[in-house]
Write a protein that binds this ligand. Structure first.
Ligand code: ADP
Length: 320
């Protein structure tokens, strides 16, 4: 029988399980065998592959992480590795693979398609850092987790008239810092996409807010900006306000996916199987204009991210 395979690759994100579930259930409904590949592309190379049935994905829609595990595979990231993976797929009668991950994983999917195995990519990363898609599976959960954590920090910062410098994830992409910064009323938001100046964009803004009586502050920092601990020290030295640094770290990657992530993952997973059924390959399923559509992987990988400068400017004007 013809089979399709599903794997999760790169960084994990809440909602990946909901996507796996949708692929397995849609695949079986459409008459395919469905194989679950463990630990990303590594599972294709090592043969760590399991036949899935309708019940293999029971009770995972609400679970964070990925039941298929995930990995970065240096071996796959070579022409010989891609060839070996393609041969493994042919032996297993795999006629298509759904790859859930980020741009790195999509490059792998493009290469594997080139080696004769039709691949479909699904955007899964908490960073929302995939240029072709307005939205990535896991982003909503990560934003909500960060807001919940920072609300707690805010309570104590407020009680002690403190400044809190909080770092959220996002190495190349400030979307998480921007959205969360707006949601928690951060006085300053530092992201890799926008140049900033210590005096003008942090200290002057704090001083201005102090004049109208504000006594506690949250400064949002995206991981890609970094230097959070040093920044907190420098703010304390400059202003005399007690300042603490918090790096939220991996709490943002875990937890039960929100409704939005579960629903988007379900729709995207279903779409991926529809595409394989129709004989499409080298496509990514993306969100554009709020709708789920698909796009050629190579075209998707050539796109540039657009930062929401409008929202950034709104934040500057109202978080004072
Ligand atoms: P993400 O998918 O979250 O961007 P990575 O960039 O770590 O994560 O990529 C995940 C995996 O995808 C890598 O370990 C590798 O196996 C594969 N991969 C990444 N880049 C390439 C590439 N340029 N060509 C082929 N495979 C790649």
């Amino acid at each position: 029988a013809k089979s399709i395979a599903v794997l999760t690759s790169g960084g994990d994100a809440p909602g990946m399980n909901a996507a796996v579930r949708a692929v397995v259930r849609a695949g079986i409904s459409k008459g395919f065998g469905v194989l679950g590949v463990r630990r990303g592309y590594n599972g294709l190379l090592s043969g760590d592959v399991e036949e899935m049935n309708l019940r293999s994905v029971s009770d995972i829609i609400g679970r964070g992480g990925t039941v298929l595990y995930t990995a970065r595979s240096p071996e796959f990231n070579t022409p010989a590795g891609v060839q070996k993976a393609a041969e493994a797929c042919k032996k297993l009668n795999v006629v298509g693979i759904v790859v859930i991950g980020g741009d790195g994983s999509f490059r792998g999917a493009r290469d594997l398609t080139g080696a004769g195995v039709p691949c479909i990519g699904l955007p899964g990363t908490i960073d929302n850092d995939i240029a072709s898609s307005e939205y990535t599976i896991g982003f909503d959960t990560a934003m909500n987790t960060a807001v919940e954590m920072i609300d707690r920090i805010r309570d104590t910062a407020e009680s002690h008239d403190r400044c809190s410098v909080v770092e959220v994830m996002g190495r190349r992409c400030g979307d998480l810092a921007l959205q969360v910064g707006v949601a928690v009323g951060a006085t300053s938001i530092l992201v890799p996409e926008v140049e900033w100046d210590f005096q003008k964009d942090i200290i002057d803004r704090m001083r201005f807010a102090q004049k109208s009586g504000k006594q506690h502050f949250i400064i949002m920092v995206a991981e890609g900006v970094g230097g959070t601990t040093e920044l907190a020290k420098k703010i304390q030295e400059t202003t005399g306000i007690e300042t603490r640094a918090t790096i939220l770290g991996h709490v943002q990657r875990g937890g039960s996916p929100t409704l939005r992530d579960r629903v988007v993952a379900s729709e995207m997973g279903y779409r991926a199987v529809e595409l394989l059924e129709a004989g499409s390959s080298n496509r990514v399923v993306i969100m554009r204009g709020g709708k789920i559509v698909d796009l050629d992987i190579t075209e998707a990988l050539s796109m540039q991210r657009v930062f929401d400068k409008k929202l950034y400017d709104i934040a500057l004007q109202i978080s004072i």
